[in-house]
Design a protein around this ligand. Sequence first.
Ligand SMILES: NC(=O)c1ccc[n+]([C@@H]2O[C@H](COP(=O)([O-])OP(=O)(O)OC[C@H]3O[C@@H](n4cnc5c(N)ncnc54)[C@H](O)[C@@H]3O)[C@@H](O)[C@H]2O)c1
Length: 261
Amino acid sequence: MNSNPHAAYDAPQGLNVLITGAAGGMCRGINRRLGRAGHTLLCVDLDLGRCEAAVKELRAEGVSAYAFAADVTRQEDVERLRNEVKDTVGDVQALINAAGILDRKMLLDHDVNSFSRAIDINLVGPFALIRAFAEDLLAANWGRIVNVSSIAGTTGYPYPSYAASKAGLSNLTRSLLVDFWGTGITVNSVCPGVVDTPMVIQEVRDQVPHKVPTGKIVDPDEIGALIAFLLTDDARSINGADLVIDGGATQVFQLFDRARG
Ligand SMILES: NC(=O)c1ccc[n+]([C@@H]2O[C@H](COP(=O)([O-])OP(=O)(O)OC[C@H]3O[C@@H](n4cnc5c(N)ncnc54)[C@H](O)[C@@H]3O)[C@@H](O)[C@H]2O)c1
């Protein structure tokens, strides 16, 4: 345990960190950075085969990691997951909600079912995970929750199910501060811009030099490094934040771009 006299709460050193969407592109960077920081990774994904492959790679690098299958939208999966994780490593100290989908449908392409599916995965899923593990975090009086939201939740965006779900996720983050008041548990969102993962189509990649002031696509390792910092005790006062990591894209005037400017 950390014996820093300035710390309000003792932070465990090597955390048990549960990561959803752990087989995905962004989680390559998240897993790598959290593994390198010495945490034990509980890797969760709908796709068990890809999740096991990710865990195999991590273990080859000396990281303590385990693979679990779960659909975050199914309460029974989430409850089973909590029991399996407890049996495997005991209590979890940090939750990273990274599972998500981007359904590229504009209004007229959507129906209620497709819209609801995106909300279920991107918003209800994180809620289900946080709800399932909240009592354990509260009992320990210390914890870290990080929701992977998006800059699409802070601005308008052509795909409304994605934008609405991520806006909801960022506001869920802020709203939970009241539940964890006076504890060592923090809840934050990271809001990436365009990250180098299979989710990003070539047309968007081509726009990066003109729309992003750094001129660069974000590397998944940058997201991992930010989340690794959020799990430290030095980050104990970062709480309820939407941490934008987009190369400055949302800070520049939308009608101006470098190609025209
Ligand atoms: N790539 C980007 O540019 C970008 C930007 C901003 C935010 N994000 C967010 O980052 C997160 C990770 O995105 P990514 O780029 O790695 O995408 P990805 O498609 O590579 O990974 C998403 C993972 O989530 C899993 N998943 C989907 N539905 C699930 C469910 N119901 N239960 C459990 N797992 C499920 C998928 O199997 C996949 O492995 C997402 O929440 C995404 O919205 C991505």
